[in-house]
Design a binder for this molecule. Structure first.
Ligand SMILES: *Cc1c(COP(=O)(O)O)cnc(C)c1O
Length: 410
């Protein structure tokens, strides 16, 4: 029966993930408490609008949960306005574009090959909004936005909006330096680094002058899949337009079980966020170092590899596809990644790989485990050992890391 098959695949997936080393930088594991929230009866409700001002009856409990969630986010990010309604990071960005820009406006954002997200691109949401997308000048040595060239570019194109943030995100972006040289609306897409910001271990975008922050709630922020939009010192008109864009502009129902999960995760971050973010970054730096010791080239070695949860391997040849597939056979889950110097035609077989340490950190791993993971990479990719053999080793290794740390039990 198909139902039995589906049930079986769900169980298989759950059991398999517990026996893998997952290094996908955009994924994470929620606490048992947040997981319970996602499976709660809130998944069966509608609640359009604001707490206490809903378009539906029966919202007395979700109103309280959403207000508690909002207040934890205010505290974590020192925001003036928190909106947990966007159902994903992409929806938060789409709402932001609708609220803050008009077709024909110029924005500056990162090119996808330099780590920008598809929603930032001409061929993505920004282009669909009819925006004239100009890319940030990028410094490949520094693996970061080129500040001086960007300031020149701002003078030339006079953008309506500047969009910071990225999917390949090793070092804090020069928000402060650029805010001082522009009167554009400054948006910071914290999809990847929200949990590191919550733990006070990455740049504070609002303190550096960003007016809007959009994010996913499931990358370094270890909540359920979802989105958030926050603002700070945004003028009245833009504020009203952003709120309109979120609801009723881009959202109807806002997946209330996910709101409950985001709320619980935010309280976990108030409690454990600093320790979690510190260990995640320490692990990424250690993983970078251990990878070089095992014969891999790692981007930004001269800068200590990273100040985030990510590192970038540079294979120096187009073997990204083979590497990611072979590692998967060994139960090591990664994604191939186009590097800034790769030709775009090579996106399906690039020369790089992006790795993130946040999930394994939550499963209790520290620096010594990062060294071991780098050795596994060597065995699979350089020594070309049989990945099925390594899979056994990985599966056994993972037996000791089954409990989610830095969160609440339920
Ligand atoms: C992942 C990501 C998003 C989109 O988030 P979803 O929650 O997957 O919709 C937006 N911006 C950046 C920079 C991202 O990395």
């Amino acid at each position: 029966m198909s139902f039995e098959k589906i049930k079986d695949y769900i169980k298989k997936q759950e059991n398999w993930r517990k026996h893998t080393i997952n290094l996908i930088a955009s994924e994470n594991i929620t606490s048992p408490a947040a997981k319970k929230a996602i499976a709660s009866g809130f998944m069966h409700k509608y609640a359009e609008g604001w707490p206490k001002q809903r378009y539906y009856q029966g919202c007395k409990y979700i109103d309280e949960v959403e207000l508690l969630g909002n207040s934890a986010f205010y505290k974590l990010f020192n925001a003036d306005y928190v909106d947990l309604r966007p159902v994903s990071g992409a929806v938060a960005n789409i709402s932001m574009f609708f609220g803050l820009t008009r077709p024909g406006d110029t924005i500056i954002s990162l090119d996808t090959s330099d780590g920008g997200h598809i929603t930032h691109a001409k061929f993505g949401a920004a282009g669909l909004r009819g925006l004239n997308v100009v890319e940030f000048p990028y410094d490949e040595e520094e693996m970061n936005i080129d500040t001086d060239k960007t300031i020149k570019l701002i003078n030339e194109v006079n953008p309506k909006l500047i969009l910071f943030g990225a999917s390949v995100f090793l070092f804090p972006h020069p928000v402060k330096e650029i805010v001082e040289n522009s009167d554009a609306i400054v948006v910071y897409d914290a999809a990847h680094v929200l949990g590191l910001i919550a733990g006070k271990q990455f740049q504070d975008p609002f303190k550096e002058g960003a007016g809007v922050m959009t994010a996913s709630t499931h990358k370094t922020f270890p909540g359920p899949q979802g989105g958030v939009l926050m603002t700070k010192n945004l003028d009245q008109e833009n504020m009203a337009n952003v709120q309109w864009a979120i609801f009723p502009g881009c959202m109807s129902n806002h997946h209330l079980h996910h709101v409950a999960g985001k709320a619980i995760t935010a309280y976990e971050m108030l409690e454990y966020g600093e320790d979690y973010a510190k260990q995640t970054i320490k692990n990424a730096q250690k993983l970078g170092e251990a990878m070089t010791e095992n014969g891999f080239a790692v981007a930004a070695e001269n800068k200590g590899f990273t100040k985030s949860h990510q590192i970038v391997l540079d294979f120096k040849k187009y073997i990204g596809k083979w590497a990611a597939e072979t590692l998967e056979e060994a139960n090591i889950i990664t994604n191939k990644n186009l590097l800034p110097w790769d030709p775009v035609e090579n996106s399906s077989n690039p020369s790089g790989m992006r790795l993130g340490t946040q999930e394994m950190t939550r499963m209790g791993m520290k620096e010594s485990e990062m060294k071991y993971i780098a050795e596994l990479f060597k065995k699979v990719l350089l020594d070309k050992r049989d990945p099925k053999e390594i899979r056994k080793e990985v599966s056994e290794f993972r037996e000791d890391y089954q409990e989610v740390h830095y969160g609440f039990n339920w």
